[in-house]
Design a protein around this ligand. Structure first.
Ligand SMILES: Cc1ncc(C[n+]2csc(CCOP(=O)(O)OP(=O)(O)O)c2C)c(N)n1
Ligand SMILES: CC(=O)[C@@H](O)[C@H](O)COP(=O)(O)O
Ligand SMILES: [Mg+2]
Length: 639
């Protein structure tokens, strides 16, 4: 019987003999490849943490001793070991297993937020609370080398280094990559000497000896203390020479490593030793992303960080190749950059996912990968713009949440021309609540002067991008969804700056579409016309600031529907309503979009339908509203 079949909880894992663990690791690898190649998901990261996760669950008694995963995309092995093997066919599916820890799934899961570099702060808070509550439980946290390029991780380490009385074990999962190789940051070589020195440093007898020397010296005359100081300096010097600890030794944190993160016995021993201290300890594991799957081990295009449905032998994608918004953006920006050498680009460790790889190939010195550091990216862009360049910051919409203050206070306050290109805007789908790009219009709508476009198709994307890179006195934003590019949606007329997509420009119902939902807006107009209700459908093209042309169109209709693929609280429709009120209009405006809630994982089309965002539901609403108006009017006439 396969070992994996005997594992339904961490206690089962702890019953295994150490000699069985390598075999279990291989069974888990085969399970991951077989399942994730069918469902899609974070195959590379999880293949890299098999032994590390086995060791964690043998040393720490989860859930009373929490195991936190920074970003959480590498928690599949954790889920396998905590009784959820049978759910993997539903991974990232509607109502299925989350691709990240989920409190609703298991008491072993803690952090559902998939935004990187937050894990250490979570662990610090938990460890502080346990100390105050008199609990002796340890907290363990796994943080990747990529996540360690995020500033928040260093805010946490700075505090953890001060609070030396937290029972906290920090496991650095150093596979040398975010998506692409982690530039700078935590780069390490396996060192036999490093391992021996680690053994000395983390042996209790070593600590007791140090403590006795310190006690003796402190009672000794000055000369004794000078000798101790020299010895301590020598020890530190020897340590740094024999086992470079890089930035960690300066923090004063106890450091164990580097360790071969695929040697389960070595990791388990290191974790046991680290746990022996009632103080924070760093355990630095060197791992290989995609280990055990050759195509993933040799991944130069970041294709195996997050995969779709793939061949489980070759790794080749089995999904039909479709042209995406990302492709269109990457190609157009490269064309722009070829004729405008002021244009530069920044990515937060997502060169390929945001489509900047094309630009980087053509103009390598004009693309900056700052690591998972969106706040730094934005303010560095402010510096670039101040010097006369035009930076394009390409991030996923949800990750810009993190850098709102930098957009507001570094870019907008200084009236700087920075363009933000937000991929994965709106409902994304399989990555769940913290990955949908729902909040950027509401947040960015607060930024004075900011201009925002949600192109409806590729021609409009290209036009918006060419316009944006010429805006040099305020932030400009272009947002588009994760979906495949839609067919072009032509305009039939212009109403000033507004594209008319259907109808005459006046009538009973005005339907304002934003972004990819313009196609749906046109279908709403068509349905209304079929029922004899005159409707106009428009695309504002630049949604912020709200144009006077759009307000004039509102004045020419009796009912307005706005349709957007994001939060409606403070969204684009809400902004239009506010501006119309300020202009003295009392036209009925109903905003359709995503209500203030967290949206679960699922298929984008199904999630939109569940949120009432279908042409049928929207047309029905408008029809009912018009009918109610007509009833009211006939009633009034009859009086
Ligand atoms: C704030 C933020 N920005 C970007 C991302 C996208 N992202 C997900 S995983 C990842 C790389 C993480 O690298 P690392 O921490 O080394 O983990 P590994 O995948 O190597 O195990 C990135 C950039 C994110 N989740 N959060
Ligand atoms: C964990 C993380 O943030 C990314 O890996 C994300 O899952 C990628 O999303 P896409 O698959 O939409 O590129
Ligand atoms: Mg990594």
């Amino acid at each position: 019987m396969p070992l994996l079949d005997q594992i339904n909880c961490p206690q089962d894992l702890r019953k295994l003999d150490p000699s069985q663990l390598p075999e279990l690791a291989e069974e888990i690898r085969a399970f991951l490849i077989s399942n994730v190649s069918r469902t899609g998901g974070h195959l590379g990261p999880n293949l890299g943490v098999v032994e590390l996760t086995i060791a964690l669950h043998r040393v720490f008694d989860s859930p009373s001793e929490p195991i936190i995963f920074d970003t959480g995309h590498q928690s599949y092995v954790h889920k396998i070991l905590t009784g959820r093997q049978g759910d993997f066919p539903t991974l990232r599916k509607p109502g299925g297993l989350s691709g990240y820890p989920s409190r609703a799934e298991s008491p072993h899961d803690w952090v559902e937020n998939s935004h990187a570099s937050a894990g250490l702060s979570w662990a610090d808070g938990l460890a502080k609370a346990y100390r105050l509550q008199g609990r002796e439980d340890h907290v363990a946290v796994v943080v990747g080398d990529g996540a360690l390029t995020g500033g928040m991780a260093w805010e946490a380490l700075n505090n953890i280094a001060v609070a030396q009385d937290e029972r906290l074990v920090i496991v650095i999962n150093d596979n040398g990559r975010s998506y692409t190789p982690t530039v700078g940051g935590v780069a390490t070589q396996l060192s036999v000497l490093g391992k021996q020195l680690t053994a000395i440093r983390t042996d209790r007898r070593y600590e007791r000896l140090l403590h006795r020397i310190k006690e003796t010296v402190l009672g000794a005359p000055v000369i004794g203390q000078m000798i101790y100081g020299l010895m301590h300096g020598f020890k530190m010097g020897v340590k740094d020479v024999l086992a470079p600890q890089g930035m960690f030794s300066d923090l004063g944190l106890k450091y164990v490593g580097p360790i071969d993160g695929h040697d389960v016995a070595a990791v388990e021993l290191a974790l046991q030793r680290a746990k022996g201290f009632d103080a924070p300890v760093l355990v630095h594991c060197i791992t290989q992303k995609g280990r055990g799957f050759k195509a993933a081990e040799q991944d130069e295009q970041d294709r195996f960080h997050a995969v779709g449905v793939i061949d489980e032998v070759t790794g080749e994608s089995l999904a039909p190749g479709v042209r995406s918004w990302t492709d269109a953006f990457g190609e157009e920006l490269a064309r722009i950059a070829a004729t405008d050498d002021q244009v530069v680009a920044l990515t937060a460790a997502m060169l390929h996912p945001t489509g900047l790889d094309r630009f980087a190939t053509l103009f390598p010195d004009r693309v900056f990968d700052v690591g998972i550091a969106e706040q730094h990216a934005v303010t560095s862009a402010a510096g670039l713009a101040t010097a006369g360049l035009h930076p394009v910051v390409a991030v996923y919409a949800t990750f810009l949440n993190r850098a709102f203050d930098q957009v507001l206070m570094d870019v907008a306050l200084h009236k700087l021309g920075v363009t933000f290109v937000l991929d994965r805007a709106g409902i994304t789908g399989p990555d769940g609540p913290s990955h949908h790009g729902l909040w950027d219009p509401s947040l960015l709508g607060l930024v004075p002067g900011l201009t925002l476009s949600a192109p409806r198709d590729e021609p409009r994307l290209c036009e918006a991008l060419r316009t944006a890179v010429k805006i040099d006195d305020r932030p400009s934003v272009i947002r588009f969804s994760k979906e495949a590019l839609p067919s072009p949606v032509p305009s039939i007329a212009k109403a000033g700056s507004v594209d008319v997509l259907f109808g005459e420009g006046s009538g009973r119902v005005l339907v304002v579409g934003y972004g990819q939902l313009c196609g749906m807006a046109v279908e709403v107009g068509q349905r209304l016309a079929q029922q004899g209700i005159s409707a106009t459908v428009v695309d504002p093209v630049w949604a912020l600031p709200v144009s006077a042309d759009l307000i004039s169109l509102v004045a020419a209709h009796e009912l307005v529907l706005t349709i957007e693929d994001n939060e409606i609280v403070g969204g684009l429709g809400a902004r239009l309503s506010q501006e119309c009120r300020a202009a003295g209009l009392d036209t009925r405006i109903r905003e359709f979009g995503v209500p203030s809630q967290f949206v679960p994982q699922g298929a984008r089309s199904e999630l939109l339908a569940e949120l009432g965002l279908t042409a049928q539901q929207l047309a029905r609403f408008a029809t009912e509203q018009i009918a109610a108006t007509e009833r009211q009017q006939s009633f009034t006439r009859a009086e």
